[in-house]
Design a protein around this ligand. Sequence first.
Ligand code: DGJ
Length: 733
Amino acid sequence: MKRNTIILGALLSAAAATAAPEYVNIATPNTSLILMTDSAAAPALLYYGPAVADPVQAALAAPENRRTDAYPVFGNYPEGESALSLTMPDGNMTLVLEQKGSPRVTSEAGGATVTSIPLVDRHYPVEVTLNYRTFPGEDVIETWADITNRGKKPLTLTRFDSAALPFASADAWLTSLYGSWANEARVNTERITPGMKVIQNKDGARNSHTSHGEIMISLDGRPSERSGRVIGAALVYSGNYRLRINSDDRGNSQLFAGINPDESAYRLMPAETFTTPALALTFSDSGMGEVSRRFHRWGRNHHIAHGTEVNPILLNSWEGVYFNIDEPTMAGMMQDIADMGGELFVMDDGWFGRRDSDNSSLGDWEVDRRKLPHGLKWLTDEARKKGVRFGIWIEPEMTNSNSEFYKKHPDWILRAPNRDIVEGRGGTQLVLDLANPKVQDFIFNLVDTMLTNNPEIAYIKWDANAPVMQYGSPYLPADRQSELSIRYHRGLTDVLRRIRAKYPDVAIQACASGGGRANYGLLDYTDEFWVSDNTDALQRLGAQWGTSLFFPAVAMGSHISAVPNHTTYRVVPLKFRCDVAMTGRLGMEIQPRDMSAEDRDFCRKAIAEYKKIRPTVQLGDLYRLVSPFDGKGACSLMYVAPDKSQAVYYWFRTNNDYSAPLATRTPMDGLDPDATYKVTELNAIDLTPLPYEGKTFSGKFLLDNGLEMRSNHDLPWGKKVDYCSRVLLLEKQ
Ligand code: DGJ
């Protein structure tokens, strides 16, 4: 591992400062981020790219005449964009920062180092520390700022980005995710043009149904999976965010990323430090695929709870029975998933209060004895007898106006004074005031009591089905109302941190009407997220593809559901549904008793096949081959085990249109060229095997040529289907 080095540099003519600058090389094995620091000025960020041994060379070669501030502040020359803006107690809105002392480098467990650069205002008692944490194993750098009030009166922060990153390219492209409920993680690719591009979220509670706080910037023209220089940026935050790319007419750009400052002015009290969330950066000179793999490894190793362990195969009750929960049905589902080889049963919404529909009872977290007369212990006992673990759904940040809880605690919900309450799902849903420590304690105690009384609960599905619909906290004083969004997420992560500390082994899924909580801010506390309420396999290909740009398969809940699909009403054959679900963390979202014996048998076999490839899928390296967004009639991807001993290749026909192009063959990726791989089709249904079934190929041949996909299933008349998918197991011989 390379250590961070602080190198004394020569005087540069480009350096505006008076003293000799120093260069700080924030280095990972394959990347460098080079800062020029100077005791008489704030640091400049001169370079982010492939590893550089001598930072002076990168500094000499840096473009002139562009803004390179590592952390631009609103101050003198206010025409530029800033990362930090505040108002001093005397009304002065400018900051002028200079470095105070040398950068500090500290080593952390796991090989990470943190370089901290202390800055102070020239006149006012304001300190800003810029921090850069390296992850040498993954080539990721996390950067954030600490803003401290050393004065005697409060300051008001009005913008507080985590970081800024200057970059230059005559043909830079942005890849980002957008969408909506049931249409999460669509991929948007656009050229970066002069002016300001803004990506932001203001949901208040969930931040990824629409746009995402993760992006890629391709510096060498149109993005490619396998070539070109690409910067990846992911904000490690669960709340409202804003990403800005400000570009001039010469191809000079600055990326800013942080908490969304709209209506969020923050009073920073004397001696208080405001720590921004981290912005995680990575860089690849071989396309977007490598950026994804670096984020996946960093996520698994450093953020995702239990991210280095495989997640269980589960049956979730929601799409199977919705609110119609009762003991025989739950026990039957447990038996069925056990019989099919699954490992966990999750009882979804409907088990508490009088929750027969979505219009009541959130907050009344007592078992509904009409449905479950013997309580939760009976269920965990049943699960144990049947050989599966037990999980449970809660939506602890919410209540309904139609609940006992709300009658007792009308002041625990978010609402604005003198306004009628605004209700969401079911016409009655309300969001709790997570800024209130009593509400935080209530949620912690709910989970604590449940897990203490039922120690066999192994998994919690933590849902959140409403945005913040009215802006106001009955708890916060009048002069802190604008801190609500920030304090909501502090409250949420504080509660989750307490739960994690006491129950480190319990798995948690972050669900939010589907994929509203796919972010690294929550994955520190959660094991996975639910990608989308849209479980239509064809649509899931797109949602999972987009999500995979930043998140690994181990975190992506991906379930086999019934047909017609409950969102799209599309009828997709079971094999295709199984194959799609097997590209992520496999589960089922169906009432097995509604399936034919033949279909259940198919799922049983698919689960057995998935177990063979699960470590490779969940913990291996992803290679995206054919995008479902590229109009090639197909989608293809593969996972390769880190030691390249096993790989699994997927191919899906996405458009059965004989007049349209169809990519039936594409070179593979990630394999060992010198190895020999045996090919076996998984979940095979054709009457005649593929021509290469059981045959061996050199890794080089597969990397150069791929394999031709038979694009229809060879089935008897009457059983033929207008879908086709292939899963190939590649085993090193
Ligand atoms: C929304 C989730 O996304 C679903 O999976 C399900 O848990 C429902 N909420 C339950 O109300």
